[in-house]
Design a protein around this ligand. Structure first.
Ligand code: CA
Length: 233
């Protein structure tokens, strides 16, 4: 496989260096930007394959970088992961809703960072080739979802879910490790026959976890942001 280039947008040199080290160890090429303007220059001229984006940046903020690449430039397919401290919660939600692909809270584990980068690059390759258009079967670790037959198995045991719970779990498990905000969940599963509100999502998640038993621990609460599906390894 051709070497992928990751743009690291981060104004703290220690963190920038830490990320660079772990990505290069995994065989990625890296480019670095220490403020938002540099980041935009590099995206415009160097075509990175994925962007790791801090939000609190000098000159141009991370959110403005994101707005520029998604809306002014129309780069909807460029994978972007927000890497940000928990204190920037509102900005993180805004960022995810402006089209960032995922969010990693600081401090992060290098292993989780690398896993996220790889998963997102895989996903965007699939998206580009259109392979997942007709794939109605989701398989993540011990979880199997057959969307056509409306069946879910965990460790080969069937799990009986309501239609709402089924939609919710299918959405989260369709992109393992991706953080979905409550608003994104609402807009993805509304239009089905049940009322979807922020509060109802929290209630349905609780019920889903209960019904999945041991498997329920893969449904992660991302504090202040939303939910994701990630089996522990
Ligand atoms: Ca910063």
């Amino acid at each position: 496989m051709q070497e992928k280039t990751i743009l690291i947008v981060e104004d703290e040199p220690d963190i920038q260096e830490l990320i660079r080290y772990h990505l290069e160890k995994e065989g990625f090429a890296t480019v670095k930007a220490s403020d938002g303007r540099q980041a935009l220059d590099i995206i415009e001229h160097n075509n990175p394959d994925l962007v790791l984006l801090d939000l609190m940046l000098p000159v141009i903020s991370g959110l403005d970088v994101l707005k520029t690449i998604r809306f002014a430039w129309g780069l909807s397919a460029l994978p972007v992961i927000i890497v940000s401290a928990r204190t920037d919660e509102i900005d993180v939600i805004t960022g995810l809703e402006l089209g960032a692909d995922n969010y990693l809270p600081k401090p992060f584990s290098p292993k989780v960072l690398v896993a996220n980068v790889k998963a997102l690059l895989r996903r965007s390759a699939t998206r580009q080739s259109g392979e997942d258009m007709e794939n109605r079967h989701i398989s993540v670790g011990e979880l199997e979802i057959d969307e056509d037959r409306h069946e879910i198995f965990w460790k080969d045991n069937p799990i009986l879910l309501t239609a709402y719970e089924f939609s919710l779990l299918s959405l989260l498990a369709s992109s393992p490790g991706r953080v979905f905000t409550r608003n994104q969940i609402i807009s993805s599963i509304k239009g089905e026959d049940y009322p979807v509100t922020e509060r109802s999502i929290d209630v349905q998640i609780a019920s889903l976890r209960r019904k999945m038993g041991e498997g329920g621990s893969a449904i992660k609460t991302v504090w202040g942001i939303g939910y994701s599906y990630q089996e522990s390894t």
